[in-house]
Design a binder for this molecule. Structure first.
Ligand SMILES: Cc1cc2nc3c(=O)[nH]c(=O)nc-3n(C[C@H](O)[C@H](O)[C@H](O)COP(=O)(O)OP(=O)(O)OC[C@H]3O[C@@H](n4cnc5c(N)ncnc54)[C@H](O)[C@@H]3O)c2cc1C
Ligand code: FES
Ligand code: FES
Length: 1288
């Protein structure tokens, strides 16, 4: 693939590997091709990980390095994304840059829709997207309207009470005046030699021979048909978006591949009055543009099918996928949930097919799709084109889809529905309904259609149709993909949507009589546009211009990250003799290892060795909170994904091949435990259990007016850092020294672990962390264990060893956030005051203890959140299960803990008389004055209350609450909900030994300064902040200060960069070192007061952290709109007020706030880890596991930093911010719950109800209890094996 060619052969490492399957956009490049027929150049973005190099003959590929760099000229796209603070860890940045760059090459003045469409295929795990969009938006001429288009509350066109931008303009995060202009004349030109080649050189067929396969690229149709006749099993590789992932992830292997991308017949487009015939080789983007043109050109009534296809194409994959995936490939791939096939089939489209037997037409109908990935095409047949007819008078067509994420996600259920009415009446002449996602292939609801044809389209007919449909489209309760009830209900509710729209059409045809007010528009808000507003305090007027503290300084590496020059671990050039390591993991959840047979692996060319536990010279295990964990499994495996051994080989592919043939003999052990219920039943725990209590809970329950017991399940969360676990271990060959380059949060821990594993002193191991491409807690313990294994390999072979996990391996092996089952019993008075609460937390820890005991401790320390419950008890336990071990994740148990608490508050509100005023219940129970927490920590909640009040005021809570009520009364199938959530988050590390920091500051004779400290740069901007601290303390401009890496040789015994106290701890250490140096320079300064820094330093040469504990406070109000028929939701608006003291760098801190909020939104509403009944993780890449994308940013997103707040406990009065805001993502969860409650009221259901987290469309839709969900018979528990486990 192009990606490995770029990175490994050409050493162009700016293009990143994030997933290898087209799902993340980190590898985006621009491909340009000259079209001799039109003499134009076509530019399009593409995923290098799916682009076969053999297909690129005659194409020019532009990578991020090609558009600009810091040595010559930075391109405006690179500059603007960087200056708008759109690059945190920076790993996604080159991909973002290339998507935007390609857009600008095609459209120098894009609109917001173009921008969000261009970025739709790129994932970012740090920023929350807003700053990236902000940077890109500077190329657009559009105004900053919120794009709600005057539709409801919150739109600026309605004179909404949002902050007035024009009056008293507060400080901005970046200065638009200060940006390089876009000058298309400076862009690289298309290589003239390629134009010449295309114009003059005859096209000839090509053949590439590799070790294991042959690639043939014909140029004529005859040749193609001949090849297909001789090699009927050889696939035709067009966009490679189906074949590529099959080869990579499913191990498919094809000895011969035919690539007909140069066969002109496959790209022909013919327009006739009857319809359009589109060449099978046309990309989906080309098809989209073509249909968009046709919709403009021909009368509207003829475009029903075209518009339905456009509806699907708008959400199919990301832009990069649509640019290469072909229409023929999509049809022939016959995905069960293909978006286009149901529309083609319902729309009576026809395939033109050729083979050596001649040409024929095939109707795309139910007989064409015969099974999973199978069609009725013969193996030697080639699809030439697809004919899409124009629609006829009285014919209507609609397409609907419901997916786990609005964009760039394969649909759960998708459909094409077409009806033709008898002229002048509502009698149905033809009806065709096809679904995707409810069977092994695209399926037809033939019987349902037959039952409706010939009848009037009315309520009676449709009501019978639902019954028929339910019978006809049935799924087994164990259906692959699960979500059976949801899918079945979607088949009905999507038909209902079609019904509403057809009733409207009939009403229009019937002179618009009756049916006034019919609710046909299911979504008020669409698109990804948004309005943003920030407020932060400007620095005081007399602060020196050279002092950067408190100013929104750009991330110090942002430009290098945007140009692709920033070096991540896997970008380090290959060392002489370097080997690659691939891990072999268990395929059994719980088994004895009988033997490990490595003989075949050692025969694989290039394989050098296989490392097992026996090779470990020192300690074979790590000990976490007193519990041992094997580095490599010794006698027993306890989860699928347990690391057993590792293969080292000359190349990564050889190591992979070797790993595939390692044979491990197992003897299964009985009764693996997967869920917390099973763990409770079998008392499978990591001990000790934890308990905390204040007051007398049992006595208090006797005195309250009401007692309620409830529960909530919260799923885990994959870290999904964009850079997977990566390391290179280099033995120096002398005195047992090792240099370890790795992407981790805690280099000191890695150093200690490696030394103990090898049985050598720590002073022989130096760990180097240049930067980390995202971590979020997932790069502490797990990284260290993998680093130990890699070090053993380097130790044994005496050669440098590189280990970079693939996305799927990383997700399988390294664990996630702990899923939690939370139960509460709450006692409260008639006025809503909670007097007693008893909470139980069961965390699914997986197979090893890791940091679970600390996580369950932290859960208990935060269970009060912002509430003063006089009698409060919490118990927590870490359940030992046979799933991969879970680990630290941003918030470290707090997001789980507080969700249970807030859910309890929600239940209280729903039972009490205050049902409509959830926020009042919160207020009644909040801390009001200086108080003691349940762990006896005294604090003043003044700023918590200020955040709460300010949030309500800024969000215009009272007015919007009323208008939501009105909206809900007027709409049956869409509901709005709103929730305001407070947070009190302590910045405090439980473990005293890691609450320390050190720093080393070198002042060189030329005046430049090198700062080393213990924090690792993961995108949170710690190096930028340390630069600001040093700048202030040394009284020199930040430009004189450099930070090169985190290095255990320069700064020993570092603390982990975690728990939001990296800046506090390291900032104090840098400040201390700089103060000392500045004082030492004082005599020189006094001697020459007029001198400069450079002159003073030319004449010249015990850190300690401070233990502290304080709270970061905040409040967040979110409003959502839910489509009750599908469970889809849109965050209409979010307002966050955070007290983070005096921000050292508002842009970095606002970036952290937004990034954490969006990560929380993912946790509570979207991200779902799924395991098979035998404990195998299904969700191993972006195709199966959805993190928020650019389309998930709230339409209006306001962030305010509380003014006038101080914090005597941390550097310059700032506060830790990395973790706290994540929980505020739950405001979206509770807003969804609020909207669901409104829907349930209409179904006559009041009072508390369970909505587990994440509130996915599935859970939301089922909880809405519409007439359609009610029709689905529940499968009898225990009578079947579900496709997936219900974790926790
Ligand atoms: C990240 C990602 C997201 C996606 N999201 C969606 C989505 O939301 N909705 C959706 O519907 N799809 C989605 N897809 C699927 C995508 O649309 C299809 O993979 C794509 O259309 C296949 O086209 P291709 O040209 O890449 O096919 P290839 O991978 O090149 O080939 C696929 C198959 O088609 C056969 N074939 C191709 N052309 C012909 C021909 N002319 N005649 C006969 N056989 C032919 C090949 O032999 C091969 O078996 C997604 C894919 C990815 C990777
Ligand atoms: S690495 Fe190519 S899309 Fe993820
Ligand atoms: S900045 Fe986007 S993934 Fe880190």
């Amino acid at each position: 693939m192009l990606l490995s060619y770029l990175r490994e052969r050409l050493r162009l490492t700016g293009t990143k590997y994030g997933c290898g399957g087209g799902g993340c956009g980190a590898c985006t490049v621009m491909v340009s091709r000259y079209q001799p027929s039109t003499k134009t150049i076509l530019h399009y973005s593409a995923n290098a990980c799916l682009l076969p190099v053999c297909q690129l003959q005659g194409a020019a590929v532009t990578t991020v390095e090609g558009i600009g760099n810091t040595k010559t000229r930075v391109h405006p796209v690179q500059e603007r994304i960087a200056k708008a603070h759109g690059s945190q860890c920076g790993f996604c940045t080159p991909g973002m840059v290339m998507s935007m760059y390609t857009l600008l090459r095609n459209k120098p003045q894009p609109n917001m829709e173009d921008i969000t469409e261009a970025l739709g295929g790129n994932l970012c795990r740090c920023t929350g997207y807003r700053p990236i969009v902000d940077g890109c938006k500077t190329f657009s001429q559009e105004s900053n309207c919120c794009q709600a288009n005057g539709n409801g509350a919150g739109c600026c066109l309605n004179g909404d009470s949002s902050p007035q931008r024009s009056e008293n303009l507060p400080p901005q995060l970046f200065d638009q005046e200060d940006l390089l202009p876009l000058d298309p004349t400076q862009d690289l030109i298309f290589p003239p030699e390629l134009i010449l080649m295309a114009e003059t050189e005859p096209q000839v067929s090509q053949l590439f021979r590799g070790d294991r396969m042959v690639w043939v690229s014909p140029v004529s149709l005859e040749e193609l048909i001949q090849l297909k006749t001789s090699h009927p099993q050889a696939p035709l590789v067009m966009g490679n978006t189906n074949i590529g992932p099959d080869i990579k992830f499913k191990g498919a292997w094809h000895p011969i591949i035919i690539s007909p991308t140069r066969v002109q017949e496959l790209f022909k487009v013919t327009k006739t009055p009857q319809g359009v015939c589109i060449g099978a080789g046309c990309s989906l983007s080309v098809v989209k543009a073509l249909l968009e043109g046709l919709v403009q050109e021909i009368p509207e009534e003829k475009t029903e099918i075209y518009r339905s296809l456009l509806q699907q194409l708008g959400n199919l994959g990301g832009q990069q996928i649509r640019n290469v995936a072909t229409i023929g490939g999509n049809i022939v791939s016959a995905y069960p949930n293909s978006d286009l096939n149901p529309v083609f089939a319902a729309g009576n489209c026809i395939l033109n097919v050729a083979s050596k037997r001649g040409r024929q037409e095939i109707l795309l109908n139910k007989d064409f799709f015969v099974g999973f990935g199978k069609t009725s095409l013969k193996p030697d047949e080639v699809v030439l084109s697809v004919f899409i007819p124009v629609s006829r008078q009285g014919e209507f067509m609609r397409a609907f889809r419901q997916a786990p994420r609005k964009e760039n996600a394969l649909a759960t259920v998708t459909t094409g529905m077409r009806v033709m009415f008898t002229e002048g009446s509502s009698v149905v002449k033809e009806l065709s309904i096809y679904y995707g996602g409810v069977g092994p292939c695209t399926v037809s609801a033939t019987k349902t259609c037959a039952a409706v044809i010939g009848r009037k389209w009315d309520e009676q007919t449709l009501s019978e149709a639902y019954t028929q449909l339910l019978d006809e489209i049935s799924l087994s309760p164990s259906h692959p993909g699960g979500q059976v009830e949801f899918r079945r209900s979607l088949t009905l509710s999507l038909l209902f949507k079609f019904n509403l729209q057809m009733l409207h059409k009939l009403w229009e045809m019937d002179n618009k009589v009756g049916l006034i007010g019919l609710e046909t528009n299911m979504v008020t808000f669409s698109g990804c546009h948004k309005n943003v507003w920030f407020f932060f305090q400007a620095v005081v007027k007399d602060q020196s211009g050279d002092d950067p503290v408190g100013r929104p300084i750009m991330h110090r590496s942002a430009i290098s990250q945007a140009t692709g020059e920033a070096v991540y671990c896997d970008d380090i050039p290959k060392m002489e003799g370097e080997l690659h390591l691939v891990l072999v993991t268990s395929t059994r959840p719980h088994a004895k290892i009988l033997d490990i047979d490595i003989s075949e692996a050692l025969q694989v060319p290039g394989v050098v060795d296989v490392i097992t536990s026996k090779d470990i010279p020192g300690k074979k295990f790590r000990t976490f909170t007193g519990i041992d964990e094997d580095i490599l499994a010794q006698n027993e495996v306890s989860c699928v994904g347990h690391m057993v051994c590792a293969v080292v080989a000359d190349t990564r592919n050889q190591a992979k091949r070797g790993a595939a043939v390692v044979k491990i003999g197992y003897e299964d052990l009985p009764g693996p435990v997967f869920t917390v219920e099973e763990a409770i039943e079998k008392q499978s725990f990591f001990l000790p259990k934890r308990m905390i209590e204040q007051g007398n809970v049992d006595e208090a329950f006797d005195k309250v007016d009401h007692i309620y017991e409830g529960a909530i399940r919260l799923g885990g969360q994959e870290h999904f850092y964009m850079e997977t676990q990566s390391m290179v271990v280099v033995p120096s060959g002398e005195e047992r020294e090792l240099k370890v380059y790795l992407s981790c949060q805690h280099p000191t821990y890695a150093q200690e672990s490696i030394a103990e594993t090898l049985g050598i002193p720590s002073n022989r191991v130096s760990c180097h962390v240049k930067r980390v491409g995202g971590a979020f807690g997932g790069k502490v313990t797990k990284t260290s264990i993998i680093a130990c294994i890699t070090s053993v390999a380097a130790w044994k072979t005496g050669r440098a060893v590189r280990c970079v996990l693939e996305r799927g391996e990383d997700m399988l092996i390294t664990g996630a956030r702990h899923p939690v089952l939370g139960k509460h019993k709450v006692g409260f008075m008639n006025n809503g005051r909670i007097m007693a609460a008893d909470l139980h937390y069961y965390a699914n820890s997986g197979n090893t203890a890791d940091e679970s005991l600390l996580v369950i401790e932290k859960i208990l320390l935060h269970l009060d959140n912002a509430y003063n419950v006089p009698n409060l008890r919490g118990r927590s336990v870490a359940c030992k299960t046979n799933l991969p071990s879970n680990t630290a994740f941003r918030g470290f148990g707090v997001p789980q803990s507080m969700l249970v608490t807030e859910n309890m508050i929600n239940d209280v509100a729903m039972i009490s008389q205050y049902f409509l005023f959830l926020e009042q219940i919160r207020e009644i129970n909040m801390y009001k004055e200086v108080s003691l927490t349940h762990y006896k920590f005294e604090f003043d909640p003044k700023n918590l209350l200020r955040c709460w009040d300010e949030c309500k005021e800024k969000s215009d809570y009272d007015r919007r609450r009323k208008s939501i009520g009105q909206f809900n009364q007027q709409n049956r199938w869409k509901k709005r909900g709103m929730a305001t959530i407070p947070i009190k988050f302590d910045i405090f590390c439980v473990c005293v030994s890691v609450r320390q920091a050190a720093s080393l500051v070198h002042i060189y004779k030329d005046g430049s300064v090198l700062v080393s400290h213990g924090g690792t740069e993961m995108g949170q901007g710690i190096h930028t902040k340390m630069q600001q601290v040093a700048s202030r303390e040394l009284h020199i401009p930040a430009s004189l200060i450099h930070i090169t890496e985190t290095n255990t040789s320069a700064v020993p015994n570092t603390c982990p960069s975690a728990a939001s106290f990296g800046t506090d701890a390291n900032g104090m250490a840098v400040k201390d070192a700089c103060e000392t140096l500045y004082q030492r320079l004082e005599p020189v300064r006094k001697q020459n007061p007029e001198g400069t820094w450079q002159i003073w330093v030319f004449h010249i040469d015990k850190q300690e952290g401070q233990p502290y504990a304080y709270y970061t406070y905040g409040a967040c109000c979110s409003e959502v709109e839910v489509d009750c028929l599908t469970g889809d939701y849109r965050t209409v608006r979010t307002d966050i007020v955070m007290d983070i003291g005096r921000s050292i760098n508002p842009s970095v801190d606002i970036g952290q706030i937004e990034g954490a909020f969006i990560q929380g939104l993912g946790l509570y509403t979207m991200e779902e880890l799924k395991f098979s009944p035998s404990g195998v993780l299904y969700t191993r890449g972006p195709s199966q596991y959805k993190i928020p994308a650019v389309c998930d940013i709230p339409l209006q997103f306001n962030v305010y930093l509380l003014s006038g707040s101080d914090n005597p406990h941390a550097i310059y009065s700032s506060k830790g911010i990395g973790e706290p805001v994540l929980f505020l993502g739950s405001s979206v969860f509770f807003a969804i719950k609020d909207a669901v409650a409104a829907s349930r009221v209409e179904a006559g259901m009041v009072g508390p109800f369970t909505l587990d987290s994440p509130a996915t469309p599935e859970r939301t839709c089922l909880a809405c209890n519409t007439p359609f969900t009610q029709k689905i018979p529940a499968s009898k528990q225990g009578s079947f094996q579900p496709w997936a486990l219900n974790i926790p």
